[in-house]
Design a protein. Structure first.
Length: 190
Protein backbone atom coordinates (compact mmCIF):
# COMPACT_ATOMS: atom_id res chain seq x y z
CA UNK A 1 0.00 0.00 0.00
CA UNK A 2 1.37 3.39 -0.97
CA UNK A 3 1.61 6.00 1.68
CA UNK A 4 -0.22 9.20 0.77
CA UNK A 5 1.88 12.29 1.13
CA UNK A 6 0.27 15.55 2.02
CA UNK A 7 1.09 18.27 -0.36
CA UNK A 8 1.69 21.45 1.51
CA UNK A 9 0.83 24.80 0.07
CA UNK A 10 3.75 27.14 -0.43
CA UNK A 11 4.00 29.83 2.18
CA UNK A 12 2.62 33.17 1.10
CA UNK A 13 4.66 36.12 2.24
CA UNK A 14 4.08 39.82 1.96
CA UNK A 15 6.04 42.92 2.75
CA UNK A 16 4.69 45.46 5.24
CA UNK A 17 6.39 48.75 4.40
CA UNK A 18 6.76 51.05 7.39
CA UNK A 19 9.54 53.52 6.71
CA UNK A 20 10.17 56.48 4.45
CA UNK A 21 13.69 57.45 5.44
CA UNK A 22 16.91 57.02 3.49
CA UNK A 23 16.83 53.27 4.02
CA UNK A 24 13.80 51.22 3.01
CA UNK A 25 12.17 49.80 6.10
CA UNK A 26 9.86 46.81 5.89
CA UNK A 27 8.92 43.54 7.48
CA UNK A 28 8.47 40.32 5.53
CA UNK A 29 5.59 38.37 7.09
CA UNK A 30 3.56 35.27 6.32
CA UNK A 31 0.04 36.14 5.21
CA UNK A 32 -3.27 34.32 4.99
CA UNK A 33 -6.54 35.57 3.53
CA UNK A 34 -9.32 36.56 5.92
CA UNK A 35 -12.24 34.18 6.18
CA UNK A 36 -14.98 36.69 7.10
CA UNK A 37 -15.79 40.31 6.32
CA UNK A 38 -15.28 42.84 9.13
CA UNK A 39 -17.15 46.12 9.59
CA UNK A 40 -15.44 48.96 11.46
CA UNK A 41 -16.75 52.39 12.48
CA UNK A 42 -14.76 55.46 11.54
CA UNK A 43 -14.48 58.63 13.58
CA UNK A 44 -13.40 62.15 12.74
CA UNK A 45 -10.56 61.86 15.26
CA UNK A 46 -9.13 58.82 13.41
CA UNK A 47 -9.06 60.86 10.20
CA UNK A 48 -7.48 63.94 11.78
CA UNK A 49 -4.74 61.84 13.42
CA UNK A 50 -3.88 60.02 10.17
CA UNK A 51 -0.26 60.20 9.04
CA UNK A 52 0.19 61.10 5.34
CA UNK A 53 2.11 58.64 3.18
CA UNK A 54 2.27 55.87 5.76
CA UNK A 55 0.61 52.47 5.51
CA UNK A 56 0.68 52.22 9.29
CA UNK A 57 -0.97 55.11 11.14
CA UNK A 58 -3.17 56.39 8.30
CA UNK A 59 -6.86 57.22 8.72
CA UNK A 60 -8.16 53.69 8.08
CA UNK A 61 -5.37 52.13 10.12
CA UNK A 62 -6.44 54.26 13.08
CA UNK A 63 -10.06 53.13 12.55
CA UNK A 64 -9.00 49.47 12.63
CA UNK A 65 -7.05 49.98 15.88
CA UNK A 66 -10.09 51.72 17.43
CA UNK A 67 -12.25 48.72 16.46
CA UNK A 68 -9.88 45.89 17.53
CA UNK A 69 -12.68 43.92 19.18
CA UNK A 70 -14.57 43.51 15.89
CA UNK A 71 -11.87 41.33 14.32
CA UNK A 72 -12.08 37.54 14.77
CA UNK A 73 -8.32 37.48 15.34
CA UNK A 74 -5.74 39.63 17.12
CA UNK A 75 -5.34 43.14 15.68
CA UNK A 76 -1.87 44.33 16.65
CA UNK A 77 -0.98 46.63 13.76
CA UNK A 78 -2.97 47.34 10.57
CA UNK A 79 -1.31 48.45 7.32
CA UNK A 80 -3.41 49.90 4.49
CA UNK A 81 -2.62 50.40 0.82
CA UNK A 82 -5.04 51.54 -1.88
CA UNK A 83 -6.85 48.21 -2.19
CA UNK A 84 -5.62 45.93 0.59
CA UNK A 85 -5.34 45.84 4.34
CA UNK A 86 -2.93 43.61 6.23
CA UNK A 87 -3.68 43.15 9.92
CA UNK A 88 -0.62 41.94 11.82
CA UNK A 89 -1.88 39.39 14.30
CA UNK A 90 1.34 37.70 15.51
CA UNK A 91 4.69 39.02 16.68
CA UNK A 92 7.73 36.78 17.14
CA UNK A 93 11.01 37.96 18.67
CA UNK A 94 9.89 41.59 18.57
CA UNK A 95 8.89 41.73 14.89
CA UNK A 96 5.67 40.89 13.05
CA UNK A 97 5.54 37.30 11.81
CA UNK A 98 1.98 36.85 10.48
CA UNK A 99 -0.75 38.99 8.94
CA UNK A 100 -4.32 38.53 7.75
CA UNK A 101 -5.21 40.06 4.36
CA UNK A 102 -8.45 41.91 3.62
CA UNK A 103 -9.45 43.86 0.52
CA UNK A 104 -11.32 47.15 0.47
CA UNK A 105 -12.58 49.81 -1.92
CA UNK A 106 -11.57 52.96 -0.04
CA UNK A 107 -8.67 53.96 -2.28
CA UNK A 108 -10.01 57.52 -2.58
CA UNK A 109 -9.88 57.94 1.20
CA UNK A 110 -6.35 56.54 1.25
CA UNK A 111 -5.38 59.13 -1.40
CA UNK A 112 -7.14 61.89 0.54
CA UNK A 113 -5.17 60.97 3.68
CA UNK A 114 -1.94 61.32 1.69
CA UNK A 115 -2.71 64.52 -0.23
CA UNK A 116 -4.84 66.62 2.16
CA UNK A 117 -2.23 67.23 4.85
CA UNK A 118 -4.18 70.08 6.48
CA UNK A 119 -7.32 67.88 6.70
CA UNK A 120 -9.51 70.65 5.24
CA UNK A 121 -11.63 68.26 3.16
CA UNK A 122 -12.39 65.99 6.11
CA UNK A 123 -13.12 68.94 8.41
CA UNK A 124 -15.51 70.44 5.82
CA UNK A 125 -17.21 67.09 5.23
CA UNK A 126 -16.87 64.92 8.37
CA UNK A 127 -19.32 62.35 6.98
CA UNK A 128 -16.41 61.03 4.88
CA UNK A 129 -14.75 59.83 8.09
CA UNK A 130 -17.73 59.17 10.33
CA UNK A 131 -19.06 56.16 8.49
CA UNK A 132 -18.91 52.39 8.51
CA UNK A 133 -16.09 50.72 6.55
CA UNK A 134 -16.19 47.10 5.42
CA UNK A 135 -12.99 45.10 5.05
CA UNK A 136 -13.80 42.15 2.81
CA UNK A 137 -12.38 38.66 2.85
CA UNK A 138 -10.84 37.88 -0.57
CA UNK A 139 -13.09 35.57 -2.58
CA UNK A 140 -11.91 33.10 -5.19
CA UNK A 141 -9.06 34.29 -7.38
CA UNK A 142 -6.81 37.15 -6.50
CA UNK A 143 -7.98 40.61 -7.39
CA UNK A 144 -5.56 42.43 -9.67
CA UNK A 145 -3.34 44.68 -7.59
CA UNK A 146 -4.31 42.97 -4.35
CA UNK A 147 -2.20 40.29 -2.80
CA UNK A 148 1.23 39.67 -1.56
CA UNK A 149 4.47 40.91 -3.03
CA UNK A 150 6.11 38.48 -5.35
CA UNK A 151 9.64 37.23 -5.00
CA UNK A 152 12.12 37.21 -7.79
CA UNK A 153 15.37 35.30 -8.18
CA UNK A 154 18.62 37.13 -7.65
CA UNK A 155 22.02 36.28 -8.97
CA UNK A 156 22.77 33.28 -11.16
CA UNK A 157 19.91 30.93 -10.33
CA UNK A 158 21.11 30.26 -6.83
CA UNK A 159 17.63 29.49 -5.61
CA UNK A 160 17.68 32.46 -3.28
CA UNK A 161 14.96 35.04 -3.63
CA UNK A 162 14.45 38.61 -2.52
CA UNK A 163 11.15 40.20 -1.59
CA UNK A 164 10.15 43.37 -3.41
CA UNK A 165 8.78 46.55 -1.90
CA UNK A 166 5.02 46.65 -2.47
CA UNK A 167 3.92 49.14 -5.12
CA UNK A 168 1.02 50.47 -3.05
CA UNK A 169 3.06 51.40 0.01
CA UNK A 170 5.77 53.01 -2.06
CA UNK A 171 3.21 54.90 -4.15
CA UNK A 172 1.64 56.33 -0.99
CA UNK A 173 5.01 57.54 0.26
CA UNK A 174 5.80 59.11 -3.12
CA UNK A 175 2.42 60.84 -3.29
CA UNK A 176 3.00 62.39 0.13
CA UNK A 177 6.50 63.53 -0.96
CA UNK A 178 8.19 61.40 1.69
CA UNK A 179 10.54 59.47 -0.62
CA UNK A 180 13.94 61.15 -0.83
CA UNK A 181 16.22 61.14 -3.87
CA UNK A 182 18.62 58.83 -2.00
CA UNK A 183 15.83 56.35 -1.35
CA UNK A 184 14.81 56.48 -5.03
CA UNK A 185 18.38 55.55 -6.03
CA UNK A 186 18.41 52.64 -3.60
CA UNK A 187 15.05 51.38 -4.85
CA UNK A 188 16.15 51.56 -8.49
CA UNK A 189 19.29 49.57 -7.74
CA UNK A 190 17.33 46.73 -6.13
Amino acid sequence: MLKKTRRTKPRKNTIIYYGTGKVKLYWSVRVHDAKKDVTIDGTLMDAINGTPGETIGCHLSNCAISNKSKFPHECILPAFTKGTCHIIDKVTNGKPSHAVRYIHSYGKLVDLNDTDKTRDTILRNPRLAQTTFTLRAPRGGRKKGAGHASTRPTGKRTGESTATVPRGALARARKANLVTADLERVLKSV
